[in-house]
Design a protein around this ligand. Sequence first.
Ligand SMILES: Cc1ncc(COP(=O)(O)O)c(C=O)c1O
Length: 382
Amino acid sequence: MIYLDHNATTTMRPGILAAMLPYLEGPSGNPTSVHGFGRRARQGLDQARRQVAQLFGVHESLVCFTSGATEANNLAILGVSGMRNQPGHAITSRIEHPSVLAAFDLLAQQGHRVSFLNVDGAGRVNPEELRTILQPDTFLVSVMHANNETGVIQPIHTLGEMCREAGVLFHTDAVQSVGRIPWHYEALPADLVSLSAHKLGGPMGVGALIMERTMPLQPQIVGGGQERGRRAGTPNLSGIVGLGAVAQILSHHPQEEIATMTRLRNLMEGELMANIPGLFLFSSEAERIPNTSMVGIEQIHGETLVMNLDLAGIGISSGAACASGKGEGSHVLGAMGVPAALTQSAVRISLGWNTQMFEVERLIQQLISIVARLRGGSGAMV
Ligand SMILES: Cc1ncc(COP(=O)(O)O)c(C=O)c1O
């Protein structure tokens, strides 16, 4: 079996499970308990917080653990808006993850005005558009760092600078970029950054929101005073320890890993384009993270391709995991102005930190032969 859907979730890295096990097997105390068990649990939590803070080059007090990036995105957007005592204006882009778009829907329902940044045909936001739609009462801008479907890297440094100048909070969903491109988190002009452990080689069900300790934020889960009152509930300790362990690995800049992914991705794209007539590589002219290729193949439904590759033991996706099975076309490709027929043919291939040459070669060979077989039929869309 060959797994090439690492943007949906990626394989756990070596050493992560071992770091988590003592907290799973126990006896592990509750980090808020005062006895020795609780203190040891607390040490695990504190160490993970330091490890995540180190990856981002920030003080550990800026790290708020959550159940994943969906919650981190909700907390950032609804937490900031929840502190307002009057409606205002908030901006996002049309290509965000549903956890951001749905939170913006809620903002609109609560009476805030919401604006959406467009993208060009390659899936890029234009910072100049932000300049034109910022308003005196704009309180938040949320734009993702790298898109989960196309892999396109957004100009978040420019967007963040603009927000800073305008005195507007800037949030970025960095789920797909952390560990995949070398970037200096500490130099990023963002007030809130979301991340998710299972996209980095850590466990599912844990993530973090990085934000200034003093930032006024309305908690979205209330109860005990955990996470400095920002996120109530007994923390997912073993998961958090896993996130800390993966952050530590990524702190040592996995340059070699990034170089290998880039080489494999370039080889794959080159071979597919050379050997499959009618293959279109989305966002090819944009700067992209090194592991993601979204392609459309004329006359062939993305779902058909995914199923045929699955039968051959290869897992790719016909879009974002959260949209799969809903039968809806990609809102990202829609925003890029891609015609509906080509949108239906889209598939996403996303490589991982552990992807090897033979896996990419097998995908190339299988894809070429499946397309040839499917096209051998009537010539109609299959
Ligand atoms: C860009 C982006 N943001 C947010 C999420 C949600 O992350 P989680 O699975 O941790 O809730 C995902 C995962 O699909 C994603 O790709």
